[in-house]
Design a protein around this ligand. Structure first.
Ligand code: FES
Length: 360
């Protein structure tokens, strides 16, 4: 029980002796009497020289925490987690620094409480909902009294070094935002195809003699092959630029608005669509010749390749982009624009905006 008769926070059913003590304490509190707990340790009286020495020791721990925080920031910059070896080194160094920060802070605060603050008995009063005005006033006094007990106002060195030690901790979350990677900027809207670029049979672009595709190479109606731009060997660029080139009979392309656009962007029924699914970016090649449908193996989005690659089933929400193509004077199939119809290549993203033909 507290001196003013309020129950302390502890578990279990009070014994009869505790109940009697509680009632007695309440009566004492009502009479305005206070007494020290018999279990309370003797009050400590600080010797000024000893207090100064403790203050310096505590401040040293706070400075150690600050230096460890700075080391964390610097090491994070020096060892970016770009690979398993770097990540391993980086994790150990950063974890070590973080441990040192928290440990130094904990030791500093513990010494502060142990060596500088008076060891008087603290009473934790229980309140229900809003406290009475009197309790609130008392709390204010208690708060000021406690603040004075910590000597935080009297000891600017401790106050400042504590704030200094905590400052890197406040910065760490912002610093770690770097892990979110570089902003994509215009990357989501760009791809390597440019007007006049020739098509190469996918898989031969790295060989000594890349197989350039000619109009006469795709003679069968219903055939489907993969193609990439000539001269592009970078893996990431090829992944963006991969095409599925299919040939339809001109009368198989539907008479819809999409079909009209598809026909305009094709040559002799040969159409070039992006192979990257507009749902989540899987590469698609499962072409069903008789139904003109292209099926994505990941989540079964199905595109009608005779109607501008319109989505007829599955979670994709927009058609596959189509690259306008033509034939150059030597008979090679080439891009006829630097953009795709139906918007950017790849999965949809929230800032893509309405479909547009700017993809270059
Ligand atoms: S990635 Fe093609 S349907 Fe999901």
């Amino acid at each position: 029980m507290t001196d003013n008769g309020q129950p302390r926070r502890h578990g279990g059913t009070p014994t009869s002796a505790e109940v009697a003590e509680s009632l007695a304490a309440r009566r004492r509190a009502e009479r305005g009497e206070r007494r020290r707990s018999p279990d309370a340790p003797p009050e400590r009286h600080l010797d000024d020289t000893e207090a100064k020495r403790s203050e310096r020791v505590i401040a040293t721990w706070f400075i150690v925490a600050f230096l460890a925080g700075v080391a964390f920031l610097v090491l994070y910059w020096i060892f970016p987690a770009g690979g398993p070896i770097n990540a391993g080194v980086s994790n150990k160094l950063l974890g070590g620094c973080l441990t040192l920060i928290l440990m130094s802070l904990a030791i500093g605060v513990m010494l502060w409480v142990k060596r500088l603050m008076p060891n008087k008995e603290m009473v934790d009063e229980r309140h229900e909902f809003r406290s009475s005005d009197e309790d609130r006033r008392e709390f204010g006094e208690y708060f000021v009294d406690t603040a004075e007990s910590t000597q935080i106002t009297k000891r600017p060195l401790l106050r400042r070094t504590l704030l200094l030690a905590a400052a890197p901790l406040g910065l760490l979350p912002l610093w770690l935002l770097r892990d979110m990677g570089p902003l994509p900027k215009k990357d989501m809207f760009t791809q390597p195809w440019r007007k006049g670029m020739r098509m190469v049979l996918a898989g031969t672009q790295d060989s000594d003699s890349p197989r350039l595709l000619k109009l006469t190479d795709i003679t069968d109606f219903g055939s489907a092959i993969s193609a990439v731009p000539e001269g592009i060997t970078d893996f990431n660029q090829i992944a963006t630029a991969a095409l599925l080139v299919i040939r339809l009979r001109p009368d198989e392309i539907q008479g819809t608005r999409r079909g009209a656009l598809q026909r305009k962007a094709s040559v002799n029924g040969i159409c070039a669509f992006s192979k990257i699914c507009t749902h989540a970016g899987c590469p698609i090649s499962l072409y069903q010749q008789r139904t003109h449908e292209l099926l994505c193996p990941c989540h079964q989005s199905t595109f009608d390749m005779s109607d501008g690659a319109k989505v007829v089933f599955g979670p994709a929400v927009r058609p596959l982009p189509q690259l306008p193509i033509t034939v150059d004077k030597d008979g090679y199939l080439v891009a006829n624009a630097k953009y795709f119809i139906n918007g950017p290549v790849g999965p949809s993203f929230w800032e893509r905006g309405p479909d547009r033909n700017t993809n270059g």
